[in-house]
Design a protein around this ligand. Structure first.
Ligand code: ADP
Ligand code: MG
Length: 726
């Protein structure tokens, strides 16, 4: 190893990494030595517990040790794939191991070698075996002399398998970068670096009972036991959670110092406003309104997250808030993730507050409209709408991403609302929240809304910079949606039931999952869009031609233009479609009270939160509604998950359950939080989260501007960008 290897050293300058390999590592996001050392195993293969081949059970993970009897390469012409097949035997029997597209294995693994294989036991036509197992070369069988002369060639390999102990780390891989390759790299690097600088004060580590970073890195890459792994992971997660909390607390302190327009509405005037509603606010809605009115009456920006179950009536809260701002002479911008939704909000506004005269615009990619009160509604050129927003002539803008495009400015922006905030990237949220343009000294108040209920423990950590409001109660008179799991045997009955509902004049949604194709690791996800559309078309053909040929069946998918989608939704709303086959584009807040059945194909392929969103598309009107979960899967975890959906009384209850079943990592997904996987997965560890929060509070109490913590300040700045800007 080259002298002077530093954490910042780029990997392409590290001995043993050629330019081509460096490029491949970059594909994994690994550029520097630090990136590589912080590239953690996603799991560990336990080679310590070696099973007899005769005892292997299909479907179970296992490790065996045996001698390679035969290894050959086959070619599947149809699929253009190389198949490498090895037969491995121990004293009790033999199994076949299969790898795809890994030609180099034939040069590596030879007849007569003793190897370990680890992986899930599969059950194929040719009997039980391993598909894509991990392997390590342990030595050579005694009765095979062929290796003696070139034993040196294999020494490194055999040594490598020793330094991993019996617990072998498996890394997230990409084409041409195997776990084994990564282990070869990381081990000498860790030795060469010797000591990674510790960024957390020793006193903090002690108080939180977490280890030094150096021990953690060794523990996570080269553990002796799973206990080592757990402790190492805990330390690394602690650090990330600590920084996240620190960033959030600093953000909160920063906002408290910023100016915002204080907008107030008199009690009486507000009551007048409420009288125009076709319903009474629920107690929960009223409570949230009080919280918001309290916030926006202050001269500092509100930063509030409104969580409420699907159908709990968040829109009206946003609309009322926008009106209060407009009546105070300032402007409000209300952004939704899709054109369908933005248009729906605009129409809701117009319908309820038909006499609002201060100007409401709808601005989307496909056009613009404005509304200035009774009878004063018309299409308008986008450029003109944009002008009127800039001069303040229009007080409320409802729209899509079009609202944050270059050139859109406001005269005095007092409020920004984001609907379905989880559908936006952090960057877009930032673009809106940081809208200082034209405001001089003033930041807008900020309200983000989400229908994904997040358990309190999580939201405190993830959104520590926000105040959280919750609407847990649904408007009165809603009937609970009956949810049923439909196994293949009951499919015909389910279709008959759907037919009956349509006869009664009701409408049906059918949601199809994206079918994941078996792509090579590089091409992951590339084609999902096309695949999703294809499934919808197939389902549409089936339903419209075979199952319900007498009904009006239509489809909605991501390949349609926004205007086409809007038209389909309009027809659905008008009731000229009986059955609408759709992809998850339907997911977001669409409101069609006459739809009473949500039928979901391949329900097991969706996350619980998403299924819950689908379910919330029905049950919005006076009729009893149903959610039918079609699934071919009979696995227990799937059943447990779907059962949770059947029984959950509200979204928060379900979220807690989902969190328990899947853990926070799966539950939230990294893209949404900016928090590294490992930290995400540790968020259910309340003790850890609390001690990280305590540590962050401790630091800020003594040194609120991090003046004495220069190093921390630098790290926090980088972390902030990652969490808030990506
Ligand atoms: P979400 O919180 O999912 O965005 P919406 O705002 O779309 O929910 O509201 C769902 C439906 O409930 C709408 O049709 C809306 O008019 C209606 N609604 C909202 N608040 C009330 C209420 N307090 N009483 C009765 N109906 C309500
Ligand atoms: Mg909504």
């Amino acid at each position: 190893m080259t002298q002077g290897t530093q954490l910042e050293t780029e990997l392409r300058y590290v001995k043993g990494i050629g330019p081509a390999f460096a490029v491949r590592l970059q594909k994994l996001g690994l550029k520097t030595v630090k990136d590589l050392l912080w590239h953690f195993p996603s799991r560990y293969e336990d080679f310590s517990n070696i099973a007899n081949i005769v005892d292997l059970i299909p479907g179970e993970p296992a490790t065996i040790q045996g001698v390679i009897q035969e290894i050959k390469i086959l070619r599947s012409f149809r699929k253009k794939m190389f198949i490498i097949q090895a037969t491995v035997a121990d004293a009790t029997g033999s199994v076949r191991a299969t790898w795809f597209n890994q030609k180099f294995l034939v040069a590596m693994l030879k007849k007569g070698m003793v190897i370990n294989l680890a992986g899930k036991v599969s059950d194929g036509k040719a009997g039980i075996g391993f598909s894509h197992p991990s392997y390590e070369i342990v030595g050579f069988s005694e009765d095979d002399e062929q290796f003696i002369e070139n034993a040196a060639d294999y020494r490194e390999e055999i040594e490598a398998c020793k330094h991993t102990g019996r617990l072998v780390p498996m890394y997230p891989e990409t084409k041409g970068v195997t776990s084994k390759g990564l282990r070869f790299l990381i081990k000498p690097l860790l030795d060469a670096i010797d000591r990674v600088p510790e960024t957390l004060p020793a006193s903090m580590l002690e108080r939180a009972a977490v280890m030094d970073i150096n021990d953690a890195l060794r523990g996570i890459h080269f553990p002796e036991t799973m206990e080592d792994v757990t402790r190492a992971r805990r330390r690394i997660a602690f650090e990330d959670i600590f920084y996240l909390q620190l960033v959030n607390m600093l953000e909160r302190l920063r906002l408290a110092k910023e100016n915002a327009y204080a907008c107030e509405m008199e009690e009486e005037k507000f009551s007048e406003l409420l009288k125009q509603l076709p319903f009474e606010l629920t107690e929960a809605q009223a409570q949230v309104m009080r919280e918001i009115m309290n916030d926006i009456a202050r001269p500092h920006p509100m930063n509030r997250l409104l969580q409420g179950d699907v159908g709990s009536g968040k829109t009206i809260v946003a609309v009322l808030s926008a009106i209060i701002i407009a009546e105070a002479g300032k402007q409000a911008s209300f952004m939704a993730p899709t054109e369908i939704l933005a248009t729906q909000h605009y129409h809701t506004f117009k319908k309820i507050f038909g006499n609002f005269e201060k100007g409401v615009a709808l601005l989307t990619a496909s056009g613009a409209r404005v509304f200035f009160g009774e009878g004063l509604e018309s299409e308008m050129k986008k450029a003109d709408v944009i002008k009127k927003l800039a001069t303040g002539e229009i007080k409320i803008a409802i729209g899509t991403h079009a609202l944050i495009q270059k050139g859109v400015t406001f005269d005095e922006l007092g409020l920004v609302v984001i609907d379905e905030q989880h559908r936006f990237g952090v960057k877009q949220r930032q673009a809106l929240a940081g809208h200082k343009k034209g405001n001089g000294e003033y930041l807008p108040h900020f309200l983000s809304m989400s229908a994904t209920p997040i358990p309190r423990t999580l939201s405190l950590t993830l959104f520590g910079d926000l105040d959280v409001s919750i609407i847990e109660e649904l408007p009165k008179g809603r009937k609970a949606i009956m949810t049923k799991i439909v196994p293949p045997a009951s499919r015909t009955d389910a279709y008959a039931f759907i037919r009956g509902q349509v006869k009664k004049g009701r409408q049906i949604f059918v949601i199809c999952p994206r079918i994941e194709k078996n792509e090579d690791e590089d091409g992951k996800g590339k084609n999902w869009f096309a695949a999703e559309t294809k499934t919808v078309k197939e389902e549409y053909d089936k339903l419209s031609k075979k199952i319900f040929p007498d009904m009006r069946v239509e489809m909605l998918h991501g390949k349609l233009k926004p205007a086409e989608k809007a038209e389909v939704m309009q027809r659905m709303k008008k009731g000229t479609i009986d059955v609408l086959v759709a992809t998850s584009v339907i997911e977001v807040g669409v409101d069609i009270p006459n739809a009473t059945i949500m039928m979901i194909e391949g329900a097991e392929r969706f996350g619980l939160a998403q299924l819950y969103q689908f379910k919330g598309r029905v049950g919005r009107g006076e009729h009893q509604s149903f959610c039918l979960l079609f699934t071919d899967s009979s696995s227990q975890p799937t059943k447990d998950r779907l059962e949770a959906l059947v029984h959950a009384r509200n979204g928060f209850e379900l979220a807690e359950k989902d969190l328990a079943l899947r853990g926070p990592g799966e539950f939230m997904g990294q893209s949404q939080t900016g928090l590294p996987d490992l930290a995400m997965r540790s968020l259910h560890d309340i003790k850890l989260v609390k001690s990280a929060r305590g540590a962050a509070e401790g630091v800020l109490k003594i040194d609120p501007e991090l003046k004495q913590h220069a190093q921390l300040k630098g790290i926090v700045a980088r972390f902030h960008d990652k969490v808030h800007l990506e």
